[in-house]
Design a protein around this ligand. Structure first.
Ligand code: URA
Length: 301
């Protein structure tokens, strides 16, 4: 799928969401909030449901919780338009109550289709209800800052899921805020692990080892042959930001120009602790690393 096709498919879902009457939440909405962000990103953030400001504007995470989310992203050198941000329910629950299970189920096909289109490497859940969708039975206090493979039936065919507290919870508790910064510092390690996993899968595909050898032989520096620009997609890990031991991927996609990693823009982030907890398969997070995120910049209104 090309970038343009992905964008068009996401826009089509947004049009459906805008007129959806699939559950009671449509009765009280001002505007539905389908989600927004890059159609070519590696990372999708999934919150719970729109609040007052989001309902007014039709955009996710534009209130105080959104401000904190942007600060958390800023500690990684990422901007909100570099990722895709959406929610498990697309219409505001009355009085900001938690979404009901049947509302989450009714809205699930939209999220599943968004993830299928975006095919992210990493899904970051924000809060209990989002986590509950991707890590059923887990407790946020135990799994925040950790990742596990995503169930492909939920839309993301080959992704890891990384759990974080909801930013609104972090606004209510200094300790949760501190842990949220700590968890944000673990996102790059989770993304690296997700890229490695995907690269491994690609390498297992029939014909891939030969393609990798050919790519290496053609370009000892490690760049693989590149398809037409219209097929442009986020990279496999043949990028300088990865450790030298990172395998050269078969790279079926063009390596997009890396987004300029802007300096951390957090206004006053708490100090980032040395190591992200319990993120182990890819090794400990390097909180000083500003992992270049591929895809980005095109924003859906
Ligand atoms: N909280 C959420 O879970 N989602 C939003 O979009 C805003 C606040």
């Amino acid at each position: 799928m090309t970038d343009a096709e992905r964008r068009e498919a996401l826009d089509a879902i947004a049009r459906e969401v805008a007129v959806c009457t699939g559950c009671r939440l449509h009765e009280g909405r001002t505007r539905a909030v389908p989600g927004e962000g890059s159609a070519d990103t590696e990372v999708v953030f999934v919150g719970e449901g729109p609040g007052f400001n989001e309902d007014r504007q039709g955009r996710p995470f534009v209130g105080r919780a959104g401000d904190l989310l942007v600060r958390l992203l800023g500690t990684l050198g990422w901007r909100r338009e570099d990722v895709f941000i959406t929610n498990v329910v697309k219409c505001r629950p009355p009085d900001n109550r938690d979404p009901e299970p049947d509302e989450i189920v009714a809205c699930a096909p939209f999220l599943r289709r968004q993830l299928a289109i975006l095919d992210p490497a990493l899904v970051v859940t924000l809060g209990r209800h989002s986590m509950g969708r991707f890590m059923p039975g887990a407790r946020i206090g135990q799994v925040h800052g950790t990742y596990r493979p995503a169930d492909p039936a939920l839309g993301a065919a080959d992704a890891l899921v990384y759990a974080m507290y909801h930013p609104a919870a972090a606004l209510r508790s200094a300790e949760v805020e501190r842990q949220s910064y700590e968890d944000a510092a673990g996102i790059p390690a989770a993304l690296l692990a997700a890229r490695e996993r995907r690269a491994g899968r690609d390498a297992d595909a029939p014909g891939a080892p030969a393609a990798i050898e050919m790519a290496r032989a053609a370009d000892p520096a490690g760049a693989a042959p590149q398809p037409a620009e219209s097929e442009s997609r986020r990279p496999e890990p043949a990028v300088g930001s990865l450790p030298p031991s990172e395998p050269v991927a078969p790279a079926p996609h063009v390596v997009n120009p890396p987004l300029a990693a802007s300096p951390a823009v957090s206004a006053d982030p708490p100090p980032v602790p040395a190591v992200s907890p319990s993120v182990s398969p890819a090794g400990p997070a390097d909180p000083s690393a500003q992992l270049t995120l591929f895809g980005g910049s095109s924003q859906t209104p």
